[in-house]
Structure formats: C-alpha cells, structure tokens
Design a protein around this ligand. Sequence first.
Ligand code: PMP
Length: 366
Amino acid sequence: MKPGAEIGLDDLPLRDDLRGRSPYGAPQLDVRYRLNTNENPYPPPPELVADLTRAIDAVAATLHRYPDRDAVALRTDLAAYLSQQTGVALDPANLWAANGSNEILQQLLQAFGGPGRTALGFEPSYSMHPIISAGTRTEWVPAPRRADFSLDVAAAAATLAARKPNVVFVTSPNNPTGQSIALDDLRTLVRAAPGIVVVDEAYGEFSSRPSAVALIDEFPARVVVSRTMSKAFAFAGGRLGYLAAAPAVVDALLLVRLPYHLSTLTQAAARAALQHATQTLSSVHLLAAERERVAESLRGMGFEVVPSDANFILFGRFADAATAWQSYLDQGVLVRDVGIAGHLRVAIGTPDDNDAFLAASKEISP
Ligand code: PMP
C-alpha cells in the first residue's frame, strides 16, 4: 500500500486553471525501434564518453560547493559553437543555458509572460508551448497554419498586429510538421509583433535555412533564439538547452531563474560534449539523406508526406491515426500520434531503424 494513495488530484487544492489539464505524455515504452521523440539515434562515440567521464571525474571532488551560477565557461563554449554553426559572431553574454530548452522557454515565459499577458503560437506546433504557458499563467492564443501546415506569413503578421501578444513562438523547423521559415518571412513577423518573438530552433542544425540568430542585432529587444543539445547534438539525456539573444534578455532571465539551476555535472558534461561537436554533427547529413529516402519510400507506398527540414516526418493519411499507431507498435516500432487527424510523426533513425519502420509501413499503407 502506497501511503496517501487513497486521494486523487480532485482532493488537492490545485489551482483552478490547472484542473482538467493533461501532462506532457510521449509514451516511454521499451520497444526495439523508438522513433517517437526526435532524438539522434547515434549514441555518443567512445572518445566523447571518455572525455565526459574525465570531465566528471575532475569536478566530482568539488561537489560540496555550488556550481558556477552563471555557467560562464559553458556559455563561452556555446557562444563559440553557435557562432561557428550560424556564421554570426556571438559573445558569451548573448548566451544563456538551462536544463533543456523547455526550461529556457519556461524562464522566458516567467520573465515576459505571466498573469495578464498572452503568448501566441501557430498550430499545430510544439505541444509544450501551451503547456508551459499554462504553468506560468500566461494566456495561450492559438493561431492557425494553412491546411498543408505551412505558415501564411501575411495572415500571421496581421494576426500578430491585431492580437498584440506579449510573446510569440515561431518554431523553425516546426515540430511536428517539419517546415522551416525564411529569414525575410521572420522579419515580417517580427515587425508585426509588439513583444518578444521566440524562435524555437530545437531542430536548427538539420535545417538548410539560416538561423534567426542573424536577426538578433537587427531586433535586439525582440528576437530570442532557443536551441537545444537534445536533437542533432545527441545529448537528450544530458538536458542542456540554451538561447541566443541580446545581453539584456539574459539579464531579464537572471530575475526568474533559480540560483544554481544548472548542476556542476551538467555544465561539465555539456562542455565535454561540445568539444566533439564536429564529430557529433557529422550524423546530420546522414540523417537528412535518410529522411529523403524514408519520405520517398512512404510516397511510393501511397502516403502523403509533409516536406520536412528536420529529423522527423509527419505523414498520413490514416483513417484512424490511433489504430495505425498501435499497428506500428505491434510491429515493434514506436512512432508518435501528435493528435493531428489522420497523421503520425516518425523520427529518422539509423538505416536499420528506418528499414524496420518502412517494412511496418508497408503492412499499414493507406
Ligand atoms: N522545442 C521543440 C520544438 C521541441 O521539439 C523540443 C523537444 N521535443 C523542445 C523544444 C525541448 O527539448 P529539450 O527540453 O530537450 O531541449
């Protein structure tokens, strides 16, 4: 008997605005082919593991002390990495880091959203944007995409001008649909938005488009670019997200972050992983090529495939996505039902993973 098990959520003095809500819930199932959370399928190479172990070993004896609260060394390494990756020269003062980009997004909403304020996103998009908004008591304003999931930029700009949200989320490439946005289109949106525009580039390294980091100097009070080491960087378990913005944005986040939020272990491990960036990111080309192979094969089987600039594909149409999801699972392949009628999302895995997914798809094809 678990102590306290006789009471449920309804018995707790929970905030009224959280009643009836569902938590984030990608199933974590022990299945052979796990293609449901857009991770990089390639584990860290032995040299990275060895460096990371050495780095942890070096800091283990200091764990009686709090970590560097401002993570200066890590932010310096992130600035070097992002400058090199985007071609935009960034200073460590432009960078901020947290436990996954989800925590970055939460800190942004704590600072720029909150009670009496609004956050707007173009749906379907990343499901955590409205959930983090709810948690920070920021009113969520959903705005539409076209039926093919692309963004109608003129309509989107008109919506921003009319609704005047305090925070706008633009996910590029967009999860779960895969399309990314051109810098000029982003400029149009930023000009129409009175508040902060958070460009969520969790899948940025997979995209062939330039990063929105290029717009920070042009719109320092408005453009914030959120990134993560969880996807292309193959470090999802390490929990390291970061942002690039004007130094004043980082100053704003210092007002809401918890002191010592980023552990000594996380900072050391992330720095070790960053040393191997070139090697880790060599998988990006492979994954992009596999994405095209998978998309082509799916189309050949009669599926509709949404064009993707990321490491996942949204595809359909199924008479019933939930039934199709179960059929994949029955064949040992875990994909994602993202709640878009008739569609499922699959992450690109190793060629082996993808072959297993395609074999299962043949059985299920529409
Ligand atoms: N943004 C987007 C668009 C995502 O898809 C994800 C992960 N699914 C995140 C942010 C958060 O990732 P993390 O917290 O692991 O950095």
